[in-house]
Design a protein around this ligand. Structure first.
Ligand SMILES: Nc1ncnc2c1ncn2[C@@H]1O[C@H](COP(=O)(O)OP(=O)(O)OP(=O)(O)O)[C@@H](O)[C@H]1O
Length: 244
């Protein structure tokens, strides 16, 4: 589903590179975790995968399409849930989703039905007309996910989708991701909540300082490092030093 080959990226005016020869391959149909400490390069990698940031060197092939030459095709097949809430606060969730849906060429009853379908799944249908600015953090996160789903992406990429949400919203998001994956869709997800990642991910890739430091089946990796769980494995691999 995803081939990342030797990615290098140094942002303009940055003193240090953000990615230093990152290579990862994820197969189709799995839930993959892209994990790493603060500043490891997860968001930069996601931004390159969806064409928002250009790499200095290296290649990314998403579902058979190269990001350098086939970005339009990738945009149709991939849904991205950004770390920050990408919705207009003054508009209702329905208006926001209608706007996003129209960008993907959806309209009329088909679009309305699809919006309500997802609003129901994410428990937001009773607040369809409420402005985003009046939503709780958990409601905003759930709405942010729906915005990436309306075009039914084959691959869903989520950057910390459960950051700052309560247990109920997190459960709802986790259940949805398992169901979406069960329907045959691939998922790539980043999180600092390693218990959650262990429950969700078939495979994890751990990156640090812009390089891959471990990758494999989650349970196999934990046992091969004689770790108690994913958090223990993560600390064994990335160390206990606090990152800036
Ligand atoms: N637009 C930018 N300009 C300059 N440096 C940047 C920019 N975006 C990210 N960086 C730097 O690149 C490095 C990797 O950042 P990135 O956001 O990709 O890491 P991350 O793994 O997603 O971190 P976090 O877990 O904190 O979200 C960091 O050192 C960061 O400061």
């Amino acid at each position: 589903m995803l081939q990342i080959n030797n990615l290098h990226k140094t942002y303009k005016h940055a003193l240090e590179p953000s990615l230093q020869g990152l290579s990862i391959q994820f197969s189709t149909g799995i839930i993959a975790g892209l994990l790493g400490p603060n500043g490891a390069g997860k968001t930069t990698t996601i931004s390159i995968i969806c064409g928002l940031v250009a790499p200095d060197n290296g290649d990314v092939v998403v579902l058979g399409d190269n990001v350098r030459s086939e970005l339009d095709s990738i945009k149709r097949k991939v849904g991205v849930v950004p770390q920050s809430i990408a919705l207009y606060p003054q508009l209702s969730v329905f208006e926001n989703l209608q706007y996003v849906g129209k960008l993907y060429g959806l309209k009329g009853t088909e679009l309305k039905d699809k919006i309500y379908h997802y609003l129901r799944i994410f428990g937001l249908d009773n607040n369809a007309k409420k402005a985003i600015k009046h939503f709780s953090g958990g409601m905003k996160r759930r709405a942010n996910i729906i915005a990436a789903l309306l075009h039914e992406p084959v691959l869903l990429i989520l950057d910390e989708p459960t950051a700052g949400v309560d247990v109920q919203s997190r459960n709802m998001i986790m259940d949805f991701l398992k169901m979406y994956n069960g329907q045959g869709h691939s998922i790539i997800y980043t999180s600092h909540l390693l218990e959650e990642a262990q429950e969700l991910c078939d495979e994890v890739a751990i990156i640090d300082n812009g390089k891959l430091v471990a990758h494999g089946n989650t349970e196999d990796l934990i046992s091969s490092y004689h770790a108690n769980n994913l958090e223990d494995l993560f600390l064994k691999i990335t160390g206990t030093k606090v990152r800036d």
